[in-house]
Design a protein around this ligand. Structure first.
Ligand SMILES: Cc1cc2nc3c(=O)[nH]c(=O)nc-3n(C[C@H](O)[C@H](O)[C@H](O)COP(=O)(O)O)c2cc1C
Ligand code: SF4
Length: 594
């Protein structure tokens, strides 16, 4: 299809304004492999924005490009758990067999191979995306088959279906995942009991947000309901970009009805008629099935006008795609992105509950939070409060990956101990766990009697296990690089601080750091924590600060003069110098100085 026809087809499917920009760019990228200048000019005119604005948006999102990618655009997951499963070997094998340089389209334009932060498949990696579609369980055989399919120009639709299989891997169910309520039950409860009574149930249940921060859900909904405006919005945060987190993927795959029901319930309570599911670009494969669930719900009278025949209960949901920016999980960046812009976090206050999407009162909640809210509407606040702890009612879904026999999704009542979790997932000889993702906490074995709860270890759901054989510094290095890539660059403490931290971690890793560098790491980390504009920069130094405090030996044994043999081979470098210059004394001064 010509670019003219493609753009006309994409943009004629709705009468949106500039807020549709990211969605148009997303479609053009995936159907055309890049955003041609012609498309930029066309969109600038249609949406009455400048071409510079559009280039700014394209430049912000890792999945959008102004130069063509290969016909097969491969992105191998770079998350630490994929590394532990062999993703570096996968990447090297792909590059060598396909004869490509990282990130560069091959000369014939057939293929590009690069890395991406985390594909959300930590329980079944190594994983990759090809033209946006997820492939899991990469091993030598699968890689060789992929190389053959690429070289034979086989269309992706004809690739073996099992390559694209994504398993739920649900290992433990509790009150949420064992739900057997019927579609519409929460909405019938809402219609029977009314908005005020149900809001009270949500408040009494003690439900707190499952996306990480743990804000009280009932209170958030009440603030939003009380904010006067002609329109309110409900937004489901399915950006799930935190390395090691994949629980929302499973909820959207197998419990989407409950999630949409929670959103609809929220709409009824706060008086919204429009909602958005912000789906991370890496979960492209979920989009079509989710659209089908929405259609079924419309047909069943559970979405649309006069829901379940109830007057003035009108609500519908639209799916918006993210395009590879972890920061867009932060709620104000997410709202910017929903409005079609770069995902730069907003200044807060004002908060989204009063000034959110399109400056209107907006509730943003995590996928799991909406599902829990739907079940509380059906079963009541006491049912929910009966599980968990005083301050953390209900259950928490954990995404468990790394060194364990049974990676996957585990639902536990809040208050479960780390020791019990490790037993269940078949982890032994454990050195440390990383909870709450790259920005979370590194917990040593001496603290494994601690509990998962807002009052102890609080988490959005990521739980990565590292056994004694692992070099924890590899994980710290991976996280430091992740934050350099994902910092939006808006504020200096995070933009510069994350790069400095990355460089210092690299310096330690290669055996060239001194005690002074460790002090600098602490100083930079504390400065980022205190001075960053948003939660990303404030939490990015956590893995460095945590390990400096709790695992000082991983740094000390690598310090210069500690006896550690650095990766840099001086003799080999001197030989290179002699070979290049043809002089026997080349580089001799280096040995003298060192
Ligand atoms: C850098 C960053 C990334 C975030 N990513 C997510 C995410 O992927 N999903 C999510 O629900 N919340 C994420 N959050 C938290 C959101 O800002 C927000 O608190 C949450 O969506 C509110 O929903 P909840 O109250 O149901 O947890 C992130 C926060 C930060 C600072
Ligand atoms: S802290 Fe980082 S991610 Fe947040 S606004 Fe500053 S640069 Fe952007």
């Amino acid at each position: 299809m010509s670019i003219d026809n493609l753009i006309t087809m994409i943009t004629s499917s709705d009468d949106g304004g500039a807020d549709r920009l990211l969605q148009y760019l997303y479609e053009i990228q995936y159907q055309y492999s890049f955003i041609p200048e012609q498309a930029v000019q066309f969109l600038a005119e249609k949406l009455s924005v400048t071409q510079a604005h559009i280039h700014g948006v394209i430049g912000f999102y890792s999945f959008l490009h102004t130069e063509p990618r290969g016909d097969y655009d491969i992105l191998v997951s770079d998350s630490i758990t994929d590394h532990m499963l062999g993703s570096r070997e996968v990447f090297d094998r792909l590059c060598s067999q396909l004869d490509v340089t990282e990130g560069q389209p091959r000369q014939d334009g057939r293929v590009t191979v690069a890395t991406t932060s985390c594909t959300g498949m930590c329980d079944q990696g190594p994983a990759m995306l090809i033209n946006g579609w997820t492939i899991t369980g990469l091993d030598r055989n699968r890689i060789d088959a992929i190389v053959e399919l690429v070289e034979s120009k086989t269309a992706i639709e004809h690739w073996p279906g099992e390559f694209f299989q994504v398993e739920d891997n649900i290992r433990r169910q509790d009150i949420l995942l064992s739900d057997d309520s019927g579609d519409g039950d929460a909405l019938r409860a809402f219609i029977d009991q009314g908005a005020d009574a149900l809001l009270e149930q949500i408040e009494t249940s003690g439900l707190r947000g499952r996306g990480g921060a743990g804000f009280k859900t009932g209170l958030k909904w009440r603030f939003c309901k009380q904010a006067e405006a002609d329109q309110h919005y409900v937004v489901c945060n399915a950006d799930e970009g935190e390395p090691g987190t994949f629980k929302d993927r499973v909820l959207l795959n197998s419990y989407a009805d409950r999630v949409f029901e929670g959103m609809t319930l929220c709409a009824g309570i706060i008086g919204a008629s429009r909602g958005y599911l912000y789906l991370r670009g890496e979960y492209r494969y979920l989009r079509e099935p989710l659209e089908q669930v929405l259609t079924q719900r419309r047909n069943a009278g559970l979405l649309g006008n006069s829901i379940l025949g109830h007057d003035r209960f009108d609500f519908d949901i639209e799916i918006h795609m993210g395009a590879g920016a972890y920061i867009c999980g932060e709620e104000s960046s997410l709202i910017e992105s929903l409005e079609g812009k770069r995902g730069i976090p907003r200044k807060r206050p004002p908060f989204p509950v009063t000034n959110g999407y399109m400056d209107k009162p907006t509730v943003v909640n995590n996928v799991e939070t909406f599902m829990a809210a739907a079940l509380i509407a059906i079963n009541g606040a006491d049912w929910f409060r009966a599980v968990g702890t005083e301050e953390s009612s209900g259950t928490k879904l954990l995404s468990i990956s790394g060194d364990c026999e049974f990676p996957g999704i585990y639902e536990y009542p809040f208050g479960v101990s780390v020791n019990d979790i490790l037993k269940d997932c078949g982890a032994s000889n454990v050195q440390a766990i990383q909870v709450a993702g790259a920005a979370g906490f590194t917990i040593p074995a001496s603290e494994f009697d601690r509990r998962i709860a807002f009052e102890d270890i609080s988490t959005g759901g990521s739980f990565m296990v590292f056994n004694q054989e692992r070099n924890l510094l590899d994980a710290v290095q991976n996280f430091a690089r992740f934050f350099v890539h994902e910092s939006c660059g808006f504020c200096t403490p995070c933009r510069v601080g994350s790069s400095l931290l990355r460089d210092l971690v690299d310096k330690v890793h290669s055996g060239h750091a001194s005690e002074y560098d460790l002090g600098e790491m602490r100083n930079i980390g504390l400065l980022m924590r205190g001075a960053s504009h948003c939660g990303l920069g404030a939490t990015a130094p956590n893995p460095v600060l945590d390990t400096l405090e709790k695992f000082p030996q991983i740094y000390e044994q690598r310090l210069k003069h500690s006896g550690y043999e650095p990766a840099f081979d001086l003799d080999a470098a001197l030989q290179d110098a002699r070979d290049i210059t043809g002089r026997d004394d080349a580089g001799a001064h280096i040995r003298t100085e060192s």
